[in-house]
Ligand binder design. Structure first.
Ligand SMILES: Cc1ncc(COP(=O)(O)O)c(C=O)c1O
Length: 394
């Protein structure tokens, strides 16, 4: 059977028959992307305000991105890190130009959760301590170590007991964080803006306190920038503060859709790692490295950090200006925006989809915008018109 020949009913039947029923699926099949838009199997066009959970930062089917990957595919696609690679060397040099100065060592893997696992393992080795402190509403992934750091019982409970002991404290509660960190804490793990939990920015005071508390106790501060990375107007959301973490983790947008994870750490942490104790077959392949190199180059050349900061602020202002009685709060930074409703979010997701706009939920009452950074004024206007009709509908 040729996949391109399947109609919606056939696609749904095959997926429903052969996948574990882990996802509550929306009823459309996305088959093609072009720039800021996605197309379903019936040819209907949608404005993409989700970029696959924050991944497709350059939008879809970008010709320069495609050519760079295609050329690399035709040169050398795969290659283990036990050999040197020209593309990997180029990539590491690129990363060092955007990394906080003290983070000089970069471990590449294949997903966000894998990058978090590496961070936790590195911190445990470097500190000789076992435990984690993370935040309520925080999300760090679904492998066992990353899941132990994730707060929501919905994700954790079916798989318990989980590996490391984690204490979850209220986000932005400095006293709670201070009380939770002790001489067994290896890691204080935080998102600078909580994504899955509902787009909740950390206060500058909380981030600074987390830095101070971790340093005082001998724990390491890990910034999870898997969702925030590259979309808050700068490479990192912690750039809004003076805080420098001991480990920074990113994934999602870093390669614009090619699976990737990146764990950046200090020289001291790196030198505590015995050779051969951690690794991955696929991580840092020439193809993955090429995908990162071209993504970072296009972000820079197209000035997308500055543009997304400006358009993100405009979007938030205009959503606020709608004055919808159904909206509790609009919050975020750059192209990472949450709209918290006074009611459950699913009907609004559906209504926006019916109007040709795809957004994501973030918790039960918030919808989230993680648009590609290539949005221009036209897409902002289109989104606001759709949001107005949905949010002011009743
Ligand atoms: C902040 C954060 N950390 C970790 C993860 C896990 O990343 P992945 O789904 O690539 O394993 C996510 C994914 O949504 C995330 O948003």
């Amino acid at each position: 059977m040729t996949v391109g020949m399947l109609d919606l009913a056939q696609i749904q039947q095959l997926e429903n028959e052969h996948q574990p029923s882990l996802y509550a699926k929306r009823e459309i099949a996305l088959v093609r992307g072009e720039g800021a838009y996605l197309f379903d199997s019936d040819g209907r066009r949608y404005l993409d305000a989700m970029s696959n959970y924050g991944v497709a930062i350059l939008g879809h089917a970008d010709p320069e991105y495609g050519s760079a990957l295609s050329e690399q595919l035709h040169t050398l696609a795969t290659g283990h890190q036990s050999f040197y690679s020209d593309v990997r060397a180029e990539l590491l040099s690129e990363i060092s130009s955007i990394a906080p100065t003290v983070l000089t060592r970069y471990f590449l893997s294949n997903s966000g959760a894998e990058a978090i696992e590496a961070a936790i393992k590195f911190a445990r080795v470097a500190t000789g301590r076992p435990n984690l402190v993370a935040a309520k509403r925080g999300y760090h992934g679904r492998t066992l170590g990353a899941l132990a750091a994730t707060a929501d019982q919905k994700y954790r409970a079916p798989f318990e007991p989980l590996a490391p002991t984690t204490t979850h404290v209220s986000f932005n509660d400095i006293a709670a964080l201070e009380a939770a960190v002790d001489d067994q804490t290896a890691v204080v793990l935080l998102e600078p803006i909580q994504g899955e939990g509902g787009i909740w920015p950390a206060s500058p005071e909380f981030l600074q306190a987390a830095r101070d508390i971790a340093s005082k106790s001998g724990a390491l501060l890990i910034a999870d920038e898997i969702q925030t990375g590259f979309r808050t107007g700068a490479p990192w959301a912690i750039d809004m503060s003076d805080v420098v973490p001991d480990i920074l983790v990113t994934a999602k947008a870093l390669a614009n859709g090619f699976p990737i994870g990146l764990t950046l750490c200090t020289e001291a942490i790196s030198s505590a790692l015995p050779s051969g104790t951690h690794g991955t077959t696929f991580g840092a392949s020439p193809l993955a490295c090429r995908a990162v190199i071209v993504t970072l180059r296009l972000l820079r050349e197209r000035d997308l950090y500055a543009r997304s900061a400006a358009l993100g602020t405009e979007l938030m202002n205009r959503l606020n200006a709608l004055g919808s009685p159904n909206v509790r709060q609009v919050r975020g930074r750059g192209m990472m925006i949450g709209v918290e409703l006074k009611e459950r979010v699913t009907p609004t997701l559906r209504a926006l989809q019916e109007r040709g706009v795809l957004v994501l939920p973030a918790g039960p009452t918030t919808f989230r915008l993680l648009p590609p950074l290539i949005w221009e004024q036209e897409q902002v206007d289109e989104f606001v018109v759709a949001a107005e009709s949905v949010l002011l509908a009743n």
